[in-house]
Design a protein around this ligand. Sequence first.
Ligand SMILES: [Zn+2]
Length: 460
Amino acid sequence: MKIELYNSLSKKKEEFVPIQKNKVGMYTCGPTVYDYPHIGNLLAYTIWDVLKKFLLSQGYKVTHIMNFTDVGHLTSDADEGEDKLEKAGRSTGRSAWEIAEFFIKVFKNNLYQLNIAEPTKFLRATDTVEEQIAFTKILWDKGFLYKTKDGLYFDTSKIDNYGKLANLDKVEQQEGARVTKNPEKKNLTDFAVWKYSPEDKKRDMEWDSPWGLGFPGWHLECSVMSQMTLGDTFDIHTGGMDLMTVHHPNEMAGSEAVTGKQQANYWMHNAYVKLDGGKMSKSKGTYVKLEDIKEKGFSTKAFRLLVLQNHYRKSLNFSWQSIEAANKALHNIVREISFYEKPKGNCDKFSDEFYSALADDLNTAKALAVIQKILDADCSDSAKLNTIFKIDEILGLDLESLRDRALELSSEIKIILDKRVEARKAKDWKESDRLRDKLTALGVEVQDTSEGQRAVQVKL
Ligand SMILES: [Zn+2]
């Protein structure tokens, strides 16, 4: 199948042609593990999970790499301020190492709850410091770096077309981004590759290097890890649009300076999540995490559904009404398929429609709409089920196990159901209706079919 993806480098949709036949190398910028991920972060990993599963469904062997930034990400994009992990550690009385351990666990748990497959390999920045130092040596020897009082900086004027991803000149003019207090920086866009530890306090995370005690800058790790695992040039690089102005241009510059080649052929970026139309902000309390969604009684898979209802290059407007509607939509799908008998056969034409939608730059909304078309179709119930379960391997809504759960009934409910069978045998319709009402109150729906009654209790 011809697959078209929007490439941020060429700024258009392009046919996807991998470097090696039937193989895809894919790199996703992972989280900075100093806090709970917010739903904007999780939207990205959901989208790239769909991309990966779609490519797998098309017969590609996918090697997917993701990093954990556990050192070197400073509070300001201009390489100033404090290391986010050291700061989080200090304010909670824990070490930066403990902070990293804790939030890596939280992140992996969030992935699990959203049915996001783990990458082929997770790499921590702190596990690759030796490789990052070796990479920095090459940059130094090639003349891309210069020293300042607080570290080694990359001279971005030495790279042709730096910032090509985001038309950086324009972005800077518009946003006045990256105001720097460091007068030693030669260009506004130069970035730290190695930072020295401060003289007045001891960091939890620091290493010896040929340039002195310190730690690697944030942007270096992805250049190094992607080269270690996927080679000089790989197929797809993914990340959030927020990375297009600073992190990705820097990552790209580091890689190109060392290898002389383009780091990745396709660069894909997802848009933001807005909260009630505005920006999510921690300080204003307008910040939603997966745990909040669960606390309000909504399914994490409903969040996944909400993400898929939207195209990844358009921002998603999250509100409690929208997650409630998604939860209801998921409930309705599970309810309907739970009344179907066993999966068998298929509704082929719908699977073609499904895969074609994803092949068109991941049109997940169109792909998702195929479920309703299958539910309304003229195939047998069992064929519908089979096709829905198949496409859900990519959508990841967990429909098969949610259906199993809906059909699992407690002994208390089974007793009422048996009584209702007896009442109907005795033609006691009044009692049968009373028992049905009782079941409804427990969230159980009963349908009477030629093969007897079928009871479903959706539990998302
Ligand atoms: Zn990165």
